[in-house]
Design a protein around this ligand. Structure first.
Ligand code: PRP
Ligand code: MN
Ligand code: MG
Length: 180
């Protein structure tokens, strides 16, 4: 599996360091706000588990599964809710955890949805921000890294369901996706 990676962009250590820094900021911003920290499955699973360990105040966790890509390489443009939250966001301070913002469609849909459901506040924390590809006006509040427009996998990010379990973020060798 590691042989399919052209280069490592962010190592396990780079990610731990950035998670710690963001966790400290989030802690400061959310003391006494009892945030509802929402993991967007599946991509955000690894980042969620690392970031919440760096949040040093009371919070609750919930999980939502949405998909815009399915097995395609480019976004289909419509975001499908596969599993909704278990709890109500009404009156809550929602902090969305994402692995990557690409076109911004997923997050635009979710921010609109949570605002419609009367959340008190909605903020976004993303490991990666691929600004170049943005079509929606989504601006994250906490960003790990601004990532170039390359095909990145690992640390939650998949290609055809694989590579999510890599402990780092890397660029996939072009021969892997051009074979499909
Ligand atoms: C990926 C990624 C983000 C979204 C970003 O999820 O994890 O959630 O796409 O793209 P966008 O900004 O263009 O909407 P995907 O739909 O592939 O589902 P997954 O997390 O289960 O892999
Ligand atoms: Mn996702
Ligand atoms: Mg995906």
């Amino acid at each position: 599996m590691n042989d399919d990676i052209e280069k490592i962009l962010y190592s396990k250590e780079d990610i731990q360091q950035v998670a710690k820094k963001l966790g400290q900021q989030i802690t400061k911003d959310y003391v006494d706000k009892n945030p509802l920290v929402v993991c967007i499955l599946k991509g955000a699973i690894l980042f969620m588990s690392d970031i919440v360990r760096e949040i040093d105040t009371y919070c609750e966790l919930d999980f939502m599964s949405v998909s815009s890509y399915g097995n395609a390489q480019v976004s289909s443009g419509s975001v499908k809710i596969i599993k909704d939250l278990d709890v109500s966001v009404e009156g809550r301070n929602v902090l969305i955890i994402e692995d990557i913002i690409d076109t911004g469609r997923t997050l635009q849909t979710l921010v609109d949805l949570f605002e419609h459901r009367k959340a008190n506040s909605v903020k976004i924390c993303t490991l990666l921000d691929k600004k170049e590809r943005r079509v929606e006006g989504v601006t994250p509040d906490y960003v790990g890294f601004e990532v170039p427009n390359e095909f990145v996998v690992g640390y939650g990010l998949d290609y055809l369901g694989h590579y999510r379990n890599l402990p780092y973020v890397g660029v996939l060798k072009p021969k892997i996706y051009s074979d499909n």
